[in-house]
Write a protein that binds this ligand. Structure first.
Ligand code: ATP
Length: 512
């Protein structure tokens, strides 16, 4: 069986360095008895900047992230060796298809827009539009996110685009997107990702009886999201934008988390802890938002005195020169159970006002500064919404919603049939004080042990039959793409008129 990163983390008892795709992430191991650890209706009111249902607000200094975000780890396709650096997605036929196309090129070994037949616009976000595209002559479908570079620069969103691209380049996990390629034309910046044929969880939820999922289905989706968040935290990525709209369903019914342009990157020091659940092992992490090497850029307002200077952007990937962060001494039980991964960048701090109203954590609204615990808050709202068909603090307007999040107690609808375990988990996650929130100390490891997930075998989660499997994409769909014109590609030709490689008409690019 192909054991993925998440599974490996649950099972391995003697690992010191785990490889996640192209990044070797250093994991300290707490061993034995010594105990020494080394676009929607959820939009925004006036006063904030509206971002397609998201807040990216006044306290944010995201604009200075770009220059520092110079980590680009997407695989190189020269020599078709890209798949080597993504071992967990290595068997993916799309790598072979890409390799085949690149192999047939003379001299020009890069993918470009001209290599794709654009079939349908899947949606538009705040920084770009996403198209369903076929890699010409292969039958392989991809999602291509196309961003207008002029628009990005003009609206100062290039930092977000860069953040998303950098994070996508880091990922190699079954529930996170694979970035197959990134390419640029004069006008556009394009990200090539896996196409998810099942739509998003928001749409899927609305198709359910009474517009909410069964507890069985909600547990399934929540557990996959939890593993994805755990992996992101291992990499020092705080996701910050969890909501059903951002959880896509793959053709096999498993999920893929999307949309990383509002994520925060921090330095984190994950540890494996041998022992039982009641130990407290604190993680140390550094605030590094905004990442900026420009000395003119204002330094982040960080509540941690250890806040790094902005030039230190990258998470520490096995860098022996970087001294290990000192960990608290912990007491370990004599007979340990399976080791736990603790990968919580708890001390990361951001003052940015980002997220979606109904999902914003109280500390973000209050402007207290926030860290990785915001992901556990949003996880609680997410689970509540999957189970009840609505979020818990929604008011008549965005102002009221924000007021409710901060000031109103959590309530569950009477007679909903939701189990005590589910409510108890949601209560733990929706603690208004981040320090009292479930997951604050030990991250996903703490949440996985909650009785709501008792019946789950975490290591085998990818083998669980999903609650719903999308209908396969109709092959005739590929032959009957909508007729329209096409954009100029980087070679100055247009895809639509490139008839020698076409089998049908093409979609227009529309922007914003
Ligand atoms: N890999 C994919 N497969 C299928 N559909 C996708 C894929 N990626 C994105 N989409 C669709 O395209 C839409 C736009 O996605 P995109 O990530 O650009 O915007 P968004 O989620 O609204 O966020 P943002 O405003 O931050 O860009 C999404 O709502 C989703 O429905």
């Amino acid at each position: 069986m192909d054991v993925h990163a998440a599974d490996t983390l649950s099972l391995t008892s003697s690992i010191r360095d785990l490889s996640f795709g192209n990044n070797s992430v250093s994991i300290s191991f707490c061993s034995g008895s010594s105990g020494t650890v080394s676009g929607s209706d959820r939009s925004l009111s006036t006063g904030d900047s509206k971002v397609g249902g998201k807040v990216s607000g006044s306290m944010s200094r995201d604009d200075c992230q770009e220059e520092g975000s110079n980590v680009s780890r997407e695989p190189s396709f020269r020599g078709c060796g890209g798949h080597v650096s993504k071992p967990h997605r290595g068997s993916d036929v799309r790598w072979e298809a890409i390799g085949g196309v690149l192999g047939g090129k003379d001299g020009d070994s890069e993918l470009g827009l001209g290599d794709f037949r654009l079939l349908r616009k899947l949606g538009a976000g705040d920084i770009g539009s996403v198209y369903l595209a076929e890699l010409r002559g292969t039958g392989c479908l991809f999602a291509v996110k196309v961003m207008d570079k002029g628009m990005l620069e003009g609206s100062k969103k290039s930092v977000r685009a860069r953040t998303e691209r950098d994070i996508l380049g880091l990922l190699d996990h079954p529930f996170l997107p694979t970035l197959y390629s990134h390419f640029e034309t004069d006008k556009f910046s394009c990200l090539l990702m896996e196409f998810c044929s099942g739509g998003d969880l928001h749409t899927l939820r609305q198709r359910q009886p009474q517009k909410h999922f069964s507890e069985h289905a909600a547990r399934f989706y929540a557990s996959e999201v939890l593993l994805a968040l755990e992996y992101l935290h291992v990499l020092g990525v705080v996701y910050r934008d969890l909501k059903p709209e951002n959880i896509l369903v793959r053709d096999d019914g498993h999920i893929m988390m999307s949309d990383f342009d509002l994520s925060l990157r921090c330095s984190v020091n994950p540890v494996l802890v041998q022992g039982s659940s009641d130990m407290a092992c604190r993680m140390s992490a550094y605030c590094i938002e905004p990442s900026c090497i420009d000395p003119k850029c204002e330094l982040p307002v960080c509540v941690e005195p250890r806040c790094l200077q902005p030039s230190c952007f990258k998470p520490r990937f096995s860098n022996p020169k970087v001294p290990r962060v000192k960990m608290e001494r912990i007491r370990l039980p004599a007979s340990g159970s399976l080791p736990q991964l603790i990968a919580e960048p708890t001390n990361a701090r951001s003052m940015s006002f980002v997220g979606t109203h109904e999902y914003l954590a109280p500390e973000i609204i209050r402007g207290d500064g926030h860290g990785s615990s915001v992901d556990w808050w949003t996880f609680g709202i997410f689970l509540y919404e999957l189970l009840h068909g609505r979020t818990p603090f929604k008011g008549n307007g965005n102002r009221e919603t924000l007021f409710n999040v901060v000031g109103q107690p959590l309530k569950f609808p009477e007679g909903s049939g939701v189990s005590f375990a589910a409510k108890d988990l949601i209560r733990g996650l929706l603690a208004k004080d981040p320090q009292k929130r479930l997951g604050f100390k030990r991250g996903a490891a703490e949440i996985k042990q909650h009785p709501f997930f008792e019946s789950l075998n975490w290591a085998l989660i990818r083998s669980i039959l999903p609650p719903e499997i999308p209908k396969p994409v109709d092959p005739s769909f590929l032959k009957h793409a909508v007729k329209s014109s096409a954009p100029s590609n980087e070679k100055g030709t247009t895809a639509a008129t490139d008839s020698d490689r076409s089998s049908g008409p093409y979609l227009d690019f529309e922007f914003f």
